[in-house]
Design a protein around this ligand. Structure first.
Ligand code: WT7
Length: 657
């Protein structure tokens, strides 16, 4: 090893060296006792009463988990209303003036709703929905950007027992129509439009186009004014503020829902095929998100908490709306983008609102890194106590950057693995209990049984890649799992041998587990590359590449098989670099992968590119890269945020081959 390399190692701990939470954090943590793992284990499933008991029940549940044949029902016999748990009980507990939602809009507008004000408007809108004919169990589709009327509409639906189906505002008319058809939803709440980076988006006209493609009529559509461009309303269309004014000060008795009644429906963000509708329960789901918001995000009622996701995804449902509001905290909601008007927008908002806990995605963290430290350095971020990430694997270098430059080397970072299907967090460290290992999500939460298994269902323990499964029910599981039906059953059938399990859910993710039981999620099983019979996680290879100085983002896909008959795939790496870096990193990249993963996994072809194709929600679209790699017809690129990069990649790749 070259001498300069050695001294570098002395000065820098290995990227994945464990980090302990500071004593000051542990002292105040909601959960700080490591015995919690054993307590949950010894007392399973009754341990989950700890989550259920965070809620107010209209009638108490009789059993924590009722097992009948193939069904598994959480909090059976209990009745509750989600809007009561998120609103009324805080108002009644003397916290009516506490801010529930603190909203920052584009163009610097702000709005704050106290718990009392939020409850009022939720009841007024619930009364409006009733007037329009919405009855218990009717599905109401919500197609709105990040404006306060979105959580208000969600809670209004919850109050009258009408499941909501939030469709991400950036989706097309076709995507909206597919989801409304699939849910047989006759009610729609949308807005006239909104500004995105200074350009108006005409949301209502997208909704109008969707209506033309429905296989049923829309009974009523409500339109919130956000753009204010005088969008005309047609038959069976109603202005939101007129409705609210007509029902001013209305009270609406909350409808008691069974624990296993549907609270909402959400479609998985799959980029191919038909979207799958995932239905979440009222009692189990709300318990799960309240408990994880308390134990993992460490939320206290007096906190100001910010999750930067969009409510159109499950992260926003669980950790902007239901979890934080069930705990009675202040939840920040931001309508804009992180780099507008300036690249310090996020840090400005954290300083201005004195945010205590911040939860975001690795893709955002990598963008912050790319923009540079000077942006967070302009702001006082000392209010922060805890940081979190979700959505994809976070490479150790990004983890350390987040910990150091945003968390001042002090705030614990929770890397939370979960999915639309799980409703809430499943695998992560408890920040007041365990040390963190950058790059690894951590052990399964207390009471959660997640395992990495091989193709025969046998647990793997040797850091080898395997399939991530959950082999015991958890409260946030959706109705298809409760009832053992539909996509849940079909998915499990599609996979290696899971027959040895009494009950099991296959996550479709791959992972490894280390000697301490820490799980590193590698990504979707489709993201594994088979090189000469060895399985490598594309995420592992990407981590090695992005750990190289000068590299900001990387995506690895498997290329066409070599013609030598070995049947081995070639490894293609798409790499974007920081200002001032480029092609000269080729050797460093190959060396990093050879050392950190395996020489077998070293990329055969490296394409340097200014940007990678991304979905509107910021995920790297590997499917598109795979098509580019194979030279396939790309078809529709409209799901991309930056379709122009595809053409650039096609020419770059030609010059590499
Ligand atoms: C998929 C779920 C759950 C909210 C956000 C996305 C990936 C999620 C992590 C993590 C590695 C992660 C998985 C998972 N993922 N969190 N901490 N480490 N990968 O919800 O759209 O349903 O996506 O996101 O691949 O299956 P989703």
């Amino acid at each position: 090893m070259a001498p300069d390399h050695e001294s570098q190692l002395e000065n820098h701990p290995p990227a994945s060296a464990p980090v302990s939470p500071p004593a000051s954090f542990v002292e105040q943590a909601n959960v700080a006792d490591e015995d919690i793992y054993e307590e949950f284990e010894e007392n399973w499933p009754e341990c989950w009463a700890r989550a259920g008991d965070l809620l107010d029940w209209e009638s108490d549940y009789e059993q924590v988990l009722a097992r009948d044949g193939e069904t598994r029902r959480w909090f059976e016999g209990g009745q509750l209303n989600a809007s009561v748990n998120c609103l009324d009980r805080h108002v009644e507990a003397g916290r009516k003036n506490k801010v529930a939602i603190k909203w920052s809009g584009r163009q610097n507008g702000t709005r704050s709703y106290t718990y009392l004000a939020l409850k009022r408007e939720v009841e007024e809108f619930a009364a409006s929905l009733r007037e329009l004919g919405v009855e218990e169990d009717d599905v109401v589709t919500l197609y709105m950007p990040m404006i306060p009327e979105l959580p208000i509409a969600m809670l209004a639906c919850a109050r009258i027992g009408a499941p909501h189906s939030v469709v991400f505002a950036g989706f097309s008319a076709d995507a909206l129509a597919t989801r409304m058809n699939s849910a047989d939803s006759e009610y729609l709440v949308t807005c006239d439009g909104y500004y995105r980076r200074g350009t108006p988006v005409h949301q209502k006209s997208k909704a109008d186009n969707a209506r033309l493609k429905l296989d049923h009529d829309v009974a009523a559509a409500v339109v919130v004014e956000r753009l204010g461009d005088g969008t005309p309303l047609g038959d069976s269309e109603y202005d939101y503020s007129d409705l609210i004014a007509r029902h001013r000060n209305a009270t609406v008795e909350p409808v008691p829902r069974d624990a296993n009644d549907e609270l909402f429906l959400i479609y998985t963000s799959g980029t191919t095929g038909e979207p799958t509708g995932v239905r979440h329960t009222t009692g189990g789901y709300l318990s799960h998100v309240a408990w994880t918001a308390q134990s993992v995000l460490d939320i206290k009622p007096e906190d100001t908490y910010w999750c930067s996701a969009d409510i159109g995804w499950i992260t926003g449902h669980s950790y902007i709306v239901y979890g934080p509001l069930a705990l009675g905290t202040t939840s920040v909601m931001y309508e804009g983008t992180p780099d507008y008007p300036e690249k310090d927008r996020v840090w400005e908002l954290i300083e201005r609102n004195a945010v205590d806990v911040f939860y975001t995605a690795p893709t955002a963290i990598r963008a912050f890194m790319k923009w540079g430290e000077e942006y967070p350095e302009k702001h006082d971020l000392s209010s922060l106590r805890l940081l979190g990430t979700v959505g994809e694997p976070i490479n150790p270098r990004a983890w350390r950057w987040y910990h150091e430059h945003i968390g001042n080397g002090e705030c614990p970072v929770v890397d939370t693995w979960w999915q639309t299907e799980t409703g809430g967090m499943m695998v992560t460290t408890l920040p007041g209990v365990a040390e963190m290992k950058p790059g690894s999500a951590g052990p399964p939460l207390p009471g959660v049984s997640a395992k990495v298994v091989d193709g025969t269902g046998e647990p793997i323990s040797s850091n080898e890649a395997g399939y991530l499964v959950v082999d015991r029910p958890w409260p946030g599981m959706p109705l298809s799992m409760v009832e053992n039906e539909g996509w849940f059953v079909e998915r499990n059938e599609g996979y290696p041998s899971l027959e040895g399990f009494d009950w099991v859910y296959f996550s479709e993710d791959a992972g490894t587990v280390d000697e301490n039981g820490y799980i590193t999620v590698l990504g979707r099983v489709d993201d594994l590359i088979d090189v000469s019979g060895h399985l490598f996680g594309t995420a592992d290879i990407e981590t090695a590449i992005t750990d190289t100085e000068g590299v900001t983002e990387a995506a690895v896909v498997s290329g066409p098989e070599e013609s030598d008959g070995r049947g081995a795939a070639t490894v293609y790496a798409y790499v974007s670099t920081a200002e001032g870096y480029g092609e000269e990193l080729r050797e460093d990249v190959i060396e990093a992968v050879s050392e950190q993963v395996s020489p077998l996994a070293a990329p055969d072809i490296i394409v340097f590119t200014p940007d990678l194709p991304k979905t509107r929600s910021g995920k790297i679209m590997r499917r598109m890269l795979a098509s580019v790699t194979r030279g396939d017809d790309l078809g529709d690129t409209s799901a991309l945020r930056n379709p122009e990069v595809v053409g650039e990649l096609e020419s770059a790749i030609d010059s590499e081959r």
